[in-house]
Design a protein around this ligand. Structure first.
Ligand SMILES: NC(=O)c1ccc[n+]([C@@H]2O[C@H](COP(=O)([O-])OP(=O)(O)OC[C@H]3O[C@@H](n4cnc5c(N)ncnc54)[C@H](O)[C@@H]3O)[C@@H](O)[C@H]2O)c1
Length: 328
C-alpha cells in the first residue's frame, strides 16, 4: 500500500495537542484540515493560538515562511465530511475510550478506506483502540510531545493489525516533518518514552514519600544529571560513552531495591483530589502565584526553542561521527 502523502492531513480535536500538531505540520509544508468535534469547546482563540505559534516559529527561525502565508494552508471545520481529501487523519481528543471510539466511527464513515487514521493517545494500547474500527489495519499510534512544533519527538506505533510496511512509510514521512521519529514495531502500553519516564516518576515518588530526599532535591538531581546529557544522546549511547562495565555492576545491586509499587502514589493522589493542576491553577508539587506561573510558562516556552536549536547542532555533529564508520 502506497500512501499519497501529498494530500492533506486532518486533525480531529483542537485542544492543546491538536493546535500544536497543526502548527508543526504547517511549518513543514503540510496542508491541514482542522476539525473541532465540540465547537462550543473552542473559542475564537483556537485559530489565533495557531497563528501566534506560527508567528513565534517564524521569529525563532523554525520556519522561513511568514505566519500569514502558512495560515492560509489550514481549513477549520466541524464537519467530518471535510476530511475526505486527507491521506491521514490524526485523532487528538480527550484520553477517554468512549469518546475516541465515537470519533473513530465518525471519521470512518466520512473518509475512504485507504485513509490512515492515527491516534495521539499517551498510553492506550493501539491494538485495543484499532479493534473499535471497521478497518483496523488502517490504524496506528502517532504519539507527539508538546509542543509538537519544537520537539523532534514522535513515536509511530503499530498495533497487532497494523502492517509494519505502512508504519515504515509513516516513519519516513515524519522525518520530512523535521522529526526524529521512532517506530514501535510491537504494541506495548506506554510505548517507549512513557514507560521509561513513568519508571522515573515512580522512583521519584518513592524517594520523596519515604523521606530520602525532598521534591526540590529530586528535581535538581534529574535536571543536572539526565538533563545534562539527554538531549545529546540516549541511554544506551550514554552507557557506551561512560563505560558500560560500571552499569553492569551497579544493576546487580540496585535493581532489586528500586520501587515496583503498582498503585498511584499518595502524594499525587492527594493533590489531584483537591483539584491541583500545577501552574494552571497555582497548586501542584510547588505553589505558584499567578505571576510565578506566567514566568515559568514563558521561560519554558523560550527554553523549548533554545533546546531545539542546540539539539539540531548536535544531531548534525553526531551524524558526522556516524558517517566515520564508512570513511576509511
Ligand atoms: N497534553 C499533552 O502534553 C499530551 C502529549 C501527548 C499526547 N497527548 C494525548 O493527546 C490527546 C489530546 O490531549 P490534549 O492535551 O490536547 O487535550 P485537550 O483537553 O487540550 O483537548 C481535548 C480535545 O478533545 C475534545 N473533546 C472533548 N470532549 C469531547 C467529546 N465528547 N467528543 C469529541 N471530542 C471531545 C475537545 O473539544 C478538545 O478538542 C489525549 O489522548 C492525550 O492523552 C497529550
Amino acid at each position: 500500500m502506497e500512501l499519497n502523502t501529498n494530500a492533506k492531513v486532518g486533525i480531529v480535536g483542537l485542544g492543546l495537542m491538536g493546535t500544536s500538531i497543526a502548527t508543526a505540520l504547517l511549518i513543514n509544508g503540510q496542508k491541514v484540515i482542522a476539525l473541532e468535534p465540540i465547537p462550543s469547546n473552542t473559542d475564537q482563540n483556537t485559530p489565533n493560538r495557531i497563528l501566534r505559534a506560527l508567528e513565534e516559529c517564524y521569529r525563532e527561525g523554525l520556519s522561513t515562511v511568514p505566519a500569514g502565508d502558512l495560515f492560509k494552508k489550514i481549513k477549520f471545520t466541524s464537519d467530518y465530511t471535510d476530511l475526505k481529501p486527507c491521506w491521514l487523519v490524526m485523532e487528538c481528543v480527550l484520553e477517554d475510550l468512549k469518546i475516541k471510539q465515537e470519533v473513530y466511527g465518525k471519521i470512518e464513515s466520512s473518509v475512504p478506506d485507504e485513509v490512515i487514521i492515527a491516534t495521539n493517545t499517551s498510553a492506550m494500547p493501539i491494538s485495543m483502540l484499532q479493534n473499535c474500527l471497521k478497518v483496523p489495519e488502517r490504524f496506528f499510534g502517532m504519539h507527539w510531545a508538546e509542543p509538537a512544533y519544537t520537539s523532534k519527538f514522535l513515536e509511530i506505533v503499530c498495533g497487532e493489525k497494523s502492517p509494519l510496511e505502512v508504519g515504515e512509510q509513516l516513519y519516513a514521512v515524519t522525518k520530512k516533518w523535521g522529526k526524529e521519529p521512532t517506530l514501535v514495531r510491537k504494541d506495548i502500553r506506554g510505548f517507549i518514552t512513557n514507560r521509561i519516564m513513568y519508571a522515573m516518576y515512580r522512583e521519584a515518588f518513592h524517594l520523596v514519600e519515604n523521606g530520602y530526599a525532598t521534591i526540590e532535591d529530586v528535581d535538581r538531581a534529574c535536571k543536572n544529571d539526565g538533563g545534562h546529557w539527554m538531549t545529546f544522546c540516549g541511554l544506551f549511547r550514554y552507557m557506551d560513552l561512560t563505560g558500560l562495565q560500571a552499569y553492569h555492576s551497579v544493576m546487580k545491586d540496585l535493581f532489586p531495591e528500586l520501587s515496583n509499587q503498582t498503585t498511584v502514589p499518595k502524594l499525587i493522589n492527594e493533590i489531584a483530589k483537591e483539584g491541583g493542576n500545577g501552574i494552571f491553577n497555582g497548586k501542584g508539587f510547588y505553589e505558584y502565584t499567578s505571576e510565578e506561573a506566567k514566568a515559568w510558562e514563558s521561560t519554558f516556552e523560550k527554553f523549548k526553542f533554545d533546546i531545539n536549536r542546540l539539539s539540531s547542532t548536535y544531531t548534525d555533529k553526531t551524524k558526522d561521527i556516524s558517517s566515520l564508520k564508512t570513511k576509511k
